[in-house]
Design a protein around this ligand. Structure first.
Ligand code: EPZ
Length: 416
């Protein structure tokens, strides 16, 4: 896979970095835009590869998109139906392609979606998506790698999610807003990106209450109207730069954040001995004298985010002592471990648990980004490693981190 990132370690990062719009809000809002006719304008959408693929998917189904001079993204569905089918080769590049299921069903009642790909961090089934959409009156069958869905006499329903799946909550929301009657999602995901989606849909005339809690109520409406909306900042990008300060021995002001979205990360970072202070610009992080070991359990929001787990393992690889990390959200999200061990880390994985024995030094090496957040974790380890680290398949990193070589260089990192 193309794209390689070379980083020379040993340079503490100092300065300010501005966080871009949230990838996981932007992607779902781009899909949700087809629920309304007319031009939707989204502000603060990051120019990252996943967004580019999402614009291709939109174009693929007949929706016009264009980047405006003010860097906003315009999304214009056609007057009639969009194509109800997403192409396999594009969809397998991006897990978020599965969000077209709820969006196209909500727009026109029939969708054929290829089963998605994306990061290989687990099997990532769609059983909860399908359960919810069926409850709303959709006939669904899965054949030859595609999901065939057709809404028949769809009406509001009460849906209980066995797990607070982000994607399932989003797909069900996007269909329920246009489904006659009242729907209730119980044990819904509470991530900030869910709240952003609900706020966006309500700004288009939807009637959603309770987003951000585990019970979301939706009263279906016949039509939604397009408008303009600015998405929230990316809490995971912010957390990644906060750890960059702590691991490199520097001090970074991370700007354009919503502090409440980062409370689990702030709390854990403080436990490792870093100085973390919220102010009205954003969050200031200064490295501590040493990195203290901490135990982490990833959980759905507002627990510690699974998307920050690899980055924390990189930091804890240099802690004074041993840390225990339990991954409770995905079943296979420790690919970062083998790559960090090539840099000298001492980590043992047993099922969902990784035990990290801190070492004095990490050494630059040739490593591979296996998924987006593992790639980000390798960047963090490379910042402090002795010598040069070459990160292959860095394309994974560019999927979710806007302008990362420039942002790191501005902070004093030696990046090529
Ligand atoms: C979203 O993925 C994010 N992606 C992920 O971010 C994030 O890690 C995840 O939510 C959890 O917060 C986007 O928003 C595009 P889930 P999603 O459905 O919706 C299981 C990143 O790095 N599950 O909440 O796919 C599933 O297998 C990415 O930015 C079912 O069993 O996550 C997983 O173990 C990585 N059945 C767990 O739930 C289902 O029907 C969480 O998945 C759906 C999910």
């Amino acid at each position: 896979m193309q794209d390689t990132l070379c980083i020379e370690g040993g340079h503490p990062l100092h300065g300010r970095v501005r966080v871009s719009g949230a990838k996981n809000a932007g992607l779902v809002l781009m899909a949700a835009s087809i629920l309304a006719d007319g031009e939707t304008i989204l502000d603060n959408i990051p120019r990252i590869r996943d967004v580019e693929v999402m614009t291709q998917l939109l174009n693929d189904i007949g929706v016009d998109t264009c980047w405006n001079d003010d860097n906003s993204l315009s999304i214009c569905p056609p007057p009639g139906n969009v194509k109800n089918y997403t192409s396999y080769d594009l969809a397998k590049m991006l897990r978020a392609s599965n969000l077209f299921l709820g969006a196209i069903l909500g727009r026109q009642g029939e969708a054929i979606i290829s089963l998605p790909g994306g990061c290989d961090i687990g099997s990532r089934p769609m059983d909860l998506h399908i359960k919810g959409l069926q409850a709303l009156g959709t006939d669904i069958s899965i054949e030859h790698g595609y999901i065939f869905a057709r809404a028949n006499q769809s009406c509001g329903a009460r849906i209980y999610l066995d797990f607070p799946s982000v994607g399932a909550t989003e797909n069900i929301l996007m269909m329920a807003v246009k489904t006659p009657g009242t729907s209730i999602i119980e044990n819904a995901a509470k991530e900030p990106e869910i709240v952003d989606l609900a706020n966006f849909l309500n700004s288009m005339g939807a009637k959603i209450r309770g987003a951000g809690t585990d019970i979301i109520k939706i009263d279906g409406v016949p039509k939604l109207k397009a408008g303009r909306y600015a998405i929230i900042p990316d809490r995971i990008e912010a957390g990644t730069y906060m750890i960059a300060a702590a691991i490199s021995g520097g001090e970074i002001e991370v700007e354009n954040v919503i502090p409440t979205h980062l409370h689990p990360v702030v709390a854990k970072l403080q436990e490792t001995g870093a100085f973390v202070q919220e102010n009205d610009q954003g969050i200031l992080v200064r490295a501590g004298e040493q990195i203290l070991p901490v135990d982490i359990k990833t959980l759905p929001y507002p627990g510690f985010p699974t998307d920050m787990q690899s980055q924390m393992i990189a930091l804890l690889s240099l802690a004074r002592g041993s840390s225990v990390i339990v991954e409770n959200v995905f079943e296979n999200r420790f690919q970062i471990v083998d790559e960090l061990k090539r840099m000298g880390a001492n980590i043992k994985v047993e099922g969902h648990t990784a035990v990290v024995e801190g070492v004095q030094t990490l050494y630059g090496a040739r490593v591979k980004a296996t998924d987006l957040r593992a790639g980000a974790a390798l960047v963090l380890a490379a910042l402090v490693a002795r010598g040069e680290t070459v990160i292959e398949d860095a394309i994974h990193i560019f999927r979710g981190y806007e302008d990362i070589p420039r942002k790191l260089s501005m902070l004093g990192a030696r990046v090529k």
